[in-house]
Ligand binder design. Structure first.
Ligand code: PMP
Length: 446
């Protein structure tokens, strides 16, 4: 349990939010529009965001490290994005007909992900992964998809499996049981989804062998970012690439969080691995809804009108999102900007690690450039089950104490991470590290 005193401070600071939430839950299930936004005793409501800061309806100011779960790599309301969106909206927001900027935008994606031959556009990460696996199935003529325990790829039934299974239902570590995450998912829909552990080449090979000739693709987050931050062991991704070739199936990197984040060309660039397909969303849209899935040319040619695989969407490549995305990728996210977020992120993770040592708390910081997370456990997590050993009470005690002192360390969910944006400053990172000292002291005393 989070300490009563901590929750009392939170509630006292967020009285207007509480009232808004109590009203909203009369009309909206749970009073929130997306599952992860709910937490007890009540979520806080924002009224404004600018640069590295957000303000809630009670007037509290926060240094924002949630940054839209990574969407706002440019910070909030960046002038380049605001100008691009203003200029476009004057000329119309939704054409639902082709326009010139789409190809310009995709060329920029191809420059960043040169191992891909083509990209097609979508609006959310969910759509991107749904389309990618359909293309993979069409191209290979196989039905089964392998996913990794603890990875999240969106809300569609095919992959809403084994994201955070309770230990009692997860099966053996080396051969996880398929855990259905939601009611309403027909058993027939999930029977073609197989589950493997992260950072374990041998178990993956056993699964590939058992289902040889039946698997279309392995989809994975190359760095697991839906259970904090879990990094691939040295050489792991290369071994996985070799295995997918040996067993003749496609490798899909879900770079919705890592793409245009851990390097200009995502984890594929960082680890120098060439997947067959990549899915992107979040930071690629400069703050507006935009997603993409790409692949080798012959794979992407499975799509209509060249092939017979369906893709579509009324909002796909709408000029507003494309304008924001183009400004983000070509004007704001220069190589210098990528270096800046990596350097600040490194400063933050080092600072928090030092604080953990100073205060004397059992915790582990996993980080990669601008992303990081504190696990309240005594080892470096290498997979979902390790990550799941983190002490949730301590995690929330830390989270609320950061929030009560004006820092949003990560989304209100125990398996997110901090996101440093281009507009965060050294001073704000220093303040965040200082704030973590007090929060860690509270954790120690809890
Ligand atoms: N893939 C990954 C790796 C994600 O982290 C997410 C969302 N956090 C998604 C896909 C789904 O994206 P969206 O919420 O835009 O549908």
């Amino acid at each position: 349990m989070v300490k009563e005193e901590t929750l009392k401070t939170y509630t006292n600071r967020t009285q207007k939010s509480k009232k808004l939430w109590e009203e909203a839950r009369e009309f909206i299930p749970g009073g929130i529009a997306s599952g992860v936004r709910y937490f007890e005793p009540h979520p806080f409501f924002l009224s404004k965001a600018k640069g590295s800061k957000v303000w809630d309806v009670d007037g509290n100011e926060y240094i924002d490290l949630i940054m839209g779960y990574g969407i706002n790599i440019t910070g909030h309301a960046h002038p380049a994005i605001v100008d691009a969106v203003k200029e476009q909206i004057e000329k119309g927001s939704m054409y639902t007909m082709p326009h010139e900027k789409t190809a310009l935008y995709v060329k920029e994606l191809l420059r960043r992900f040169p191992m891909m031959g083509m990209f097609q556009l979508a609006n959310t990460g969910t759509e991107a992964t749904m389309h990618a696996i359909r293309v993979a199935r069409a191209y290979t003529g196989k039905d089964k998809i392998v996913k990794i325990e603890g990875c999240y790829h969106g809300q569609h039934d095919y992959l809403l499996i084994s994201i955070d299974p309770p230990r009692a239902k997860a099966g053996p570590k080396w051969a996880p049981t398929r855990y259905i995450q939601s009611e309403g998912m027909p058993r027939d829909t999930v029977k073609n989804t197989l589950v493997a552990p992260f950072n374990d080449v041998e178990s993956m090979e056993n699964l590939f062998k058992k289902h040889e000739g039946e698997i279309a693709a392995l989809i994975m987050e190359p760095i697991m970012l839906n259970c904090g931050v879990v990094l691939p062991k040295k050489g792991y991704l290369r071994e996985i690439r070799k295995l997918t070739e040996k067993y003749n199936l496609l490798l899909i990197f879900d770079e919705v969080k890592t793409g245009v984040r851990v390097a200009a060309g995502g984890a594929s660039e960082l680890y120098n691995i060439e997947p067959d397909m990549i899915t992107l969303a979040k930071a690629i849209g400069g703050g507006l809804p935009l997603a993409a899935f790409g692949g080798k040319r012959e794979i992407m040619e499975s799509l209509r009108p060249i092939g017979r695989t369906s893709h579509g969407g009324t909002y796909c490549a709408n000029p507003l999102s494309i304008s924001a995305g183009l400004a983000c990728l070509t004007e704001v996210m220069t190589n210098e900007a990528h270096r800046h977020i990596t350097n600040l992120g490194n400063q933050l993770s080092k600072g928090v690690r030092d604080m953990i040592e100073d205060v004397g708390v059992t915790a582990w910081v996993n980080s990669i450039g601008s992303l990081g997370y504190v696990f309240f456990t005594d080892m470096e997590p290498a997979n979902y089950r390790d990550a799941d050993t983190t002490d949730l009470e301590k995690t929330w005690e830390f989270w609320f104490n950061m929030v009560n002192n004006g820092v949003l360390p990560w989304g209100p969910c125990h398996f997110e991470q901090w996101y440093v944006s281009v507009v965060h400053t050294k001073d704000e990172i220093t303040k965040t590290i200082e704030t973590s000292r007090d929060a860690l002291r509270k954790v120690k005393a809890s």
